[in-house]
Design a protein around this ligand. Structure first.
Ligand code: SF4
Ligand code: SF4
Ligand code: FES
Length: 270
């Protein structure tokens, strides 16, 4: 006969969830579900349980379930998080509310259209090697850019940035993810590209008020503001607002003096 402690352990515990449902033509509405709790389960497990047992048409995007692909970005209790990296018992509220990223257009339920980000990526000149190699690099230079390469393109930082999320200034600011990408090139000692005018103008780094909200939500722990945005802002300020460097830059890039119009990166490779 089963003892009473075993009976207690096998008793199912149910968790209340609210999942936002809707598509681009209908208003998002909250739908309640009860999901059986399994110790260690993550929010994505609960959403998939709902798909399997309650609503097969619930849309959610995911691939790796290991916090590597960035696909399952959504909002849990209003906070931009990865569904596969957030445990149900650590989600911060009861019921657990799951909604799509607010900054991007809704496709269906928890799936948003993040294609704007891929269009932005196309405008950024890629790594431009200074020579054919082999590259000799110091370890501290490698460490500096390695942090940026941890990005999984989940776009949670884009979702949380008030410039995009609240003000929808998609035409004026590339957002924190692309400041990370730009920093990875600009701080690479073997890259000879010069993207400072892009960072200053089209990418709109001046729109960032260094609130650090993006850093707080990055699941990869990238110190977006301190290590990417602030150093890029310093480089832009050096070139465009330091009178001596501004004069020097204008001299070297003056189209009336083409023989002097060669690329320098005196301020891009600190
Ligand atoms: S620090 Fe800048 S990029 Fe990050 S969330 Fe704030 S405004 Fe956006
Ligand atoms: S920087 Fe962090 S939050 Fe932003 S896209 Fe990359 S991994 Fe996601
Ligand atoms: S499913 Fe890949 S990051 Fe969550």
């Amino acid at each position: 006969m089963e003892d009473s402690s075993t009976q207690t352990e096998s008793k199912t515990e149910w968790i209340d969830m609210r999942i936002m449902r809707g598509d681009k033509d209908t208003k998002l509405t909250s739908k309640s579900y009860q999901v059986p709790y399994v110790p260690g389960m993550v929010v994505l497990d609960a959403v998939r349980w709902v798909q399997e047992h309650k609503d097969a048409d619930l849309a959610v995007r995911w691939n790796c379930k290991a916090a590597h692909c960035g696909s399952c970005a959504a909002e849990i209790n209003g906070m931009p998080r990865l569904l596969c990296k957030t445990r149900m018992d650590n989600s911060g509220s009861n019921p657990v509310t799951v909604s799509p990223m607010k900054a991007f257009p809704l496709i269906k339920d928890l799936v948003t259209d993040v294609s704007w980000n891929y269009e932005v990526a196309k405008t950024i000149p890629p790594f431009e090697p200074a020579h054919d190699g082999p590259f000799v690099m110091y370890q501290h230079d490698i460490e500096r850019v390695k942090e940026f390469h941890r990005c999984i393109e989940c776009f949670l930082c884009q979702d949380t940035c008030h410039v995009l999320r609240e003000h929808q200034e998609f035409g004026k600011y590339y957002g924190p993810r692309f400041m990370v990408l730009l920093a990875s090139y600009e701080m690479h000692p073997m890259d000879k590209g010069d993207r400072l005018s892009l960072i200053h103008e089209e990418a709109g780094i001046g729109m960032c008020n260094v609130s650090k909200c993006c850093t707080e939500v990055c699941p990869q722990g990238i110190r977006i503001t301190d290590n990417a945005i602030i150093p890029l802002k310093e480089r832009v300020a050096d070139r465009y607002y330091d009178p001596l460097k501004k004069w020097l830059h204008n001299r070297l890039h003056n189209p009336t003096r083409p023989h002097l119009a060669k690329k320098t990166h005196y301020d891009a490779k600190k």
